[in-house]
Design a protein around this ligand. Structure first.
Ligand SMILES: *Cc1c(COP(=O)(O)O)cnc(C)c1O
Length: 388
């Protein structure tokens, strides 16, 4: 007898990245020295002062007990202080901040707080898959909003049909963007907040890459900087990419108190918060010296020069990122994202991600990360150059 899993699990679209993993493992098994530019996971270690804060906090018995659901008051104060310094946004630490077990956890759970069966949630296409999966798990309906290269990979608000805007309950935005690396100009956020207020839509902003930018002029803002945003918006902040902390599982959400409170209520019922020693490390990260963040940016900037400069020299149409650690490459005409990624892996031993893994709107592109050192990136360019 085979146990029968729920409809929502059976309905999940096939996970494209699992197929890529299989192909990569096949190449490795054949002895190929595979260069993996597929994963969006920093290769550099967490800065030592953050690791030390965890070590010290792990010794304190009080931290061994259940944490508070919403996060320690000190943690939420540190997050609010960070938002005040970084964005000029003032937050009430107790009502407008909730800690998360990584921002992905909060992103996946938000629909449980806001979405009733049949409610419409607007998700970017291509986009981080968790927006749509979380929506479906809550019984919501996904409305895809295309992000096109000729529109700066920004949603075209004027092209959203009136009945869709009327029905929509939540809209996800993510700038700097994964997988396109696009930035949102401040004017876009102004328009977006006006649109959301007009149509009574909750804005859910995923700010995972706010600190991964390469030019001070491009320094990303928070949607909460826009007057009136606090009436309609919740924003997800991740420590993962900023401080090389993907393994630690800590992030936080800020914004409208009803929205933050509702997400907190979901969490009260499904998890027990973030290990307090990890919260102490998070305080050290957001409250400590930010020189490590500047170093991170400098490292990625040099790597982007190597990878994007190299890919452009071998004749590929590469979009040089001004933020994030992703480079989007338009695949040669007559081929698909998946075919091109398969060819690059089979013939060059380089893993790249077909952008269709982020939705049908990613067709025509593959995504490469700079989460490998400059020598490996140069080697990847050389190998790809031999096959295109
Ligand atoms: C990496 C990433 C996150 C999640 O990071 P956490 O480790 O869960 O904090 C969220 N959104 C996007 C777009 C990402 O790429």
């Amino acid at each position: 007898m085979k146990p029968k899993v729920a409809q929502r699990i059976r309905e999940l679209p096939p996970y494209l990245f699992a197929r890529i993993d299989e192909l990569r493992n096949e190449q490795r098994a054949r002895g190929v020295d595979v260069i993996d530019l597929g994963i969006g996971d920093p290769d550099l270690p967490t800065p030592p002062h953050i690791v030390k804060a965890l070590q010290a906090a792990a010794e304190v018995p009080a931290h061994h007990r259940y944490p508070s659901y919403a996060g320690m008051v000190e943690t939420r104060r540190a997050c609010a202080a960070f938002y005040a310094r970084r964005f000029g946004v003032t937050l009430d630490p107790l009502a407008e901040v909730v800690t998360l077990i990584g921002s992905k956890e909060g992103i996946a759970h938000l629909p449980l707080a806001l979405v009733d069966p049949g409610d419409l949630v607007l998700c970017p296409d291509p986009g981080y898959p968790v927006y749509a999966t979380g929506t479906r798990f809550a019984g919501g309906e996904v409305g895809l909003v295309p992000l096109r290269r000729d529109h700066g990979f920004l949603p075209d608000l004027a092209a959203i049909p009136a009945d869709v805007a009327r029905r929509a309950k939540v809209m996800w935005v993510n700038y700097p963007n994964n997988p396109t690396a696009a930035l949102a100009p401040r004017g876009f956020y102004d328009e977006l907040v006006a649109f959301a207020r007009e149509h009574d839509i909750v804005l859910a902003s995923d700010l995972a890459y706010s600190e991964v930018y390469f030019d001070e002029a491009d320094r990303p803002g928070s949607i909460l900087e826009v007057p009136g945003a606090r009436d309609v918006a919740i924003e997800f902040y991740s420590l993962s990419k900023t401080y090389n902390m993907t393994g630690w599982r800590v992030g936080f959400a800020v914004g409208n108190r009803e929205l933050v409170g509702a997400l907190g209520k979901v969490k009260t019922n499904v998890d027990s918060g973030v290990f307090e020693a990890v919260q102490a490390a998070a305080i050290a990260a957001v409250g400590g010296d930010q020189a490590c963040v500047a170093d991170m940016r400098a490292t990625y900037r040099r790597r982007v020069d190597v990878l994007c400069g190299g890919l452009a020299r071998i004749g590929l149409d590469v979009i040089r990122p001004r933020a994030t650690f992703y480079c989007l490459v338009q695949v040669p005409s007559g081929t698909t994202s998946l075919d091109f990624a398969g060819k690059v892996l089979a013939q060059a031993g380089v893993v790249v991600t077909p952008a269709t893994g982020f939705g049908a709107g990613g067709e025509g592109f593959v995504r490469l990360t700079v989460c490998a050192d400059e020598a490996r990136l140069a080697e990847a360019v050389a190998r790809i150059g031999r096959i295109v």
